[in-house]
Design a protein around this ligand. Structure first.
Ligand code: HEM
Ligand SMILES: *[C@@H]1O[C@H](CO)[C@@H](O)[C@H](O)[C@H]1NC(C)=O
Ligand SMILES: *[C@@H]1O[C@H](CO)[C@@H](O)[C@H](O)[C@H]1NC(C)=O
Length: 332
């Protein structure tokens, strides 16, 4: 071979393996955006169109789908364990601590999966569907876009205890929440940026009632909650009853993905205790909140980065796990 053709050969070889060279290294393996380019070129567009229909029907669905990816990744990595229903030896994660047992959007994931199975059977993992749906939902709500690395495979088990222990509770302290993020390889910057998800979606009364009536067991409301906002919340979130009543996480722009969440926090109008502690319990975190409240672009940029980082938590790659045919159950 001439030196020219050797050069060409080297260039072609490098290009052929480019996806592998530039993959996102994770603690589970290697994910890359082109994963389905040959095996299911329409994968991304199919996911997007089903998500778009669902969000057009109900704007809140964007929030619900975004949250599913988070709840998946924090339990044994982004492996779609969250989607499994109870069956045989599997105990579903969907019944974890009642405070968090409000995950929804599973029918939309089913609809995406069945659309994909028609076009490329047994090819696209449920874990990758969750990652794509989270991105598409964010964009549809007006938030930033990012390129989604893929190649995750689906677990053959679920972890109810993992779900109870790893996902932060709304009444956890700042330190506890940060510790739970660090256990996943995420840092304080990721914590504050990703909490910005609470710029869309709803919470039930039961998730923040403690703040309104008896924050620290002394029958006093949370002093760090704006008192007129608290009074308004009490009208539909009584001392007892109304547990399932819904409230906007960001009451100013409830369905728009923007940095208004951080502005609310600075005026002590964060809905969840876990929101408000980002400004009341850590100076470093408060500085980040101030930055994102002042600069929407900065928030968007960091949110996109942190979503990719969260999506990289311990995926199953290569021949580990499987590609489920239905997201709710393991293959037989
Ligand atoms: C930092 C710790 C976090 C805590 C303590 C927390 C807690 C909660 C709680 C209690 C709710 C309301 C549940 C209910 O009562 O129905 C909620 C909703 C939500 N969370 Fe979080 N969350 C956290 C982080 C995150 C992250 C990292 C994301 C996404 C990346 C996220 C996305 C959402 C979304 C979009 C909703 C609204 C869901 C809907 O309307 O269906 N959260 N969260
Ligand atoms: C948080 O809420 C749970 C469930 O309602 C409760 O058992 C626990 O005592 C609360 N923790 C704190 C620190 O208030
Ligand atoms: C407030 O919480 C404390 C400790 O959880 C409890 O002993 C007390 O009865 C509660 N007070 C009211 C008014 O519910």
């Amino acid at each position: 071979m001439s030196s020219k053709s050797i050069n060409l050969f080297v260039i072609l070889a490098v290009l052929a393996f480019a996806p592998l060279c530039f993959c996102h290294k994770t603690n589970g393996g290697c994910l890359y955006p082109q994963f389905y380019d040959r095996s299911c070129p329409r994968a991304k567009e199919i996911v997007k169109s089903v998500v778009a229909k669902a969000v057009a029907r109900e704007p809140r669905m964007a929030a619900s789908l975004l949250r599913l990816h988070f709840h998946d990744c924090f339990v044994k990595g982004c492996d779609a364990s969250l989607l499994l229903d109870s069956s045989g030896s599997i105990v579903t994660e969907k019944i974890s601590n009642p405070k968090r047992n409000s995950a929804r959007g599973f029918e939309v994931i089913d609809a995406i999966k069945s659309a994909l199975e028609k076009v490329c059977p047994h090819t696209v993992s449920c874990a990758d569907i969750l990652a794509l749906a989270a991105r598409d939902s964010t964009v549809l709500a007006g938030g930033p876009s990012w390129v989604v690395p893929m190649g995750r495979r689906d677990s053959r088990s679920a972890s109810l205890s993992g779900s109870n222990n790893n996902i932060p509770a709304p009444n956890n302290t700042f330190q506890t929440i940060l510790t739970k993020f660090k256990q996943q390889g995420l840092d304080i910057v990721d914590l504050v940026a990703l909490s910005g998800s609470h710029t869309i979606g709803n919470s039930r009364c039961v998730s923040f009632r403690q703040r309104l009536y008896n924050q620290s067991g002394n029958s006093q409301p949370d002093r760090t909650l704006d008192q007129s906002y608290a009074a308004r919340l009490r009208t539909r979130c009584p001392r007892s009853g109304g547990d399932q009543n819904l409230f906007f996480l960001d009451f100013v722009t409830p369905t728009k993905f923007d940095n208004n969440y951080f502005k609310n926090l600075l005026s002590f109008k964060g809905l969840l205790n876990s929101d408000e502690v980002l400004v009341t319990q850590s100076k470093a975190s408060r500085e980040l909140v101030k930055k994102y409240a002042a600069n929407n672009n900065l928030f968007f940029e960091q949110f996109a980065k942190s979503m990719v980082k969260m999506g990289n938590i311990s995926p199953l790659t290569g021949s580990r796990g499987e590609i489920r045919k239905q997201c709710r159950k393991i293959n037989s």
